[in-house]
Design a protein around this ligand. Structure first.
Ligand code: ADP
Length: 271
């Protein structure tokens, strides 16, 4: 019986191993499919500005003797080159964020201060769209562990979206809070809102509710995907509330840093 028991255990272990192997290969197939989809999407997205640049430069060459046409199309060419450069920048950012060691050196950060810096850097673009930015820091200091550049990028993306998808002469609120040991920064707009059935999909790469509107406003379709990865890397989450008539609120929620908890973080307590 001893031998039988042993054989049964070995068989059980064997089937477990097969199950694990099957799960592993299903996961790697999914990963491979995601990679292929991303490459196909990137190629498609790159084709639009590259095609426009090619057409515009041909037009300029054909009208070299007409300074008016040259200057008009040179400006358009410049805008397309800018769009291409923003898109490439976002692709690089997203690729970096997906590296396993993306958050290698977290620092102790002051969320009020970090949010104030981002709000200040967005004042110019808000002014251009006649949008008012209303910043409301938390009353007490809010400390988090994280990467300054990544968190600023995520918050900037949310503020730029709030401006992009809101009519002029509305306001965008940026509110920092500390609720039950969770650091929060909310971006509240009075814009076009997001239909309920689209709310999950907008965090996917290149997914847009209205692709024409997003492109015309300078969107790459990667902003929220970047936000999602930044927040995941910090062991946090993003909450969305939105109603097509009332606007949207995106809230980034992060673990609050405890005093002297730097080593806890490195030991994986928050991740
Ligand atoms: P994009 O560059 O197109 O803005 P994002 O990934 O940042 O890409 O957002 C994906 C889509 O989600 C946008 O195209 C838009 O349809 C929708 N969206 C994002 N933020 C907002 C917002 N504040 N209000 C309304 N719609 C939004």
């Amino acid at each position: 019986t001893k031998t039988r028991k042993l054989l049964v255990r070995v068989a059980a272990l064997g089937s477990q191993k097969i199950l694990i192997l099957a799960e592993d290969s299903a996961a790697s197939r999914r990963l491979e499919k995601t990679r292929q989809d991303f490459t196909a999407n990137v190629s498609h997205e790159l084709k639009t500005p590259v095609g426009a640049i090619s057409l515009l430069s041909e037009t300029i060459a054909d009208h070299a003797d007409n300074p008016e046409v040259v200057s008009k199309f040179a400006l358009k060419l410049n805008a397309e080159a800018h769009r291409l450069s923003v898109l490439i920048g976002d692709i690089i950012e997203l690729t970096r964020l997906q590296a396993p060691d993306a958050l290698a050196k977290p620092q102790l950060l002051n969320l009020n201060e970090l949010a104030a810096e981002v709000v200040q850097s967005e004042e110019w673009s808000a002014n251009q769209s006649e949008t008012q930015l209303l910043f409301q820091p938390a009353q007490s200091e809010v400390r988090i562990w994280g990467d300054r550049h990544m968190l600023k990028t995520a918050l900037r993306n949310l503020i730029e979206n709030a401006i992009r998808y809101s009519p002029p002469r509305t306001s965008v609120g940026i509110k920092v809070n500390l609720v039950d040991g969770r650091a929060q920064v909310a971006v509240v707009d009075q814009g076009i809102g997001i239909p309920k059935d689209e709310q999950e999909r907008i965090f996917e790469r290149f997914y847009r509710v209205d692709a024409g509107r997003s492109r015309a406003a300078g969107g790459t379709g990667l902003g929220l995907s970047i936000v999602k990865h930044v927040v995941q890397n910090h062991g946090g989450s993003v909450k969305l509330w939105s109603n097509p008539e009332q606007g949207s609120t995106f809230t980034i929620i992060l673990p609050e840093a405890e005093v002297g908890s730097g080593s806890d973080l490195k030991q994986g307590r928050y991740f």
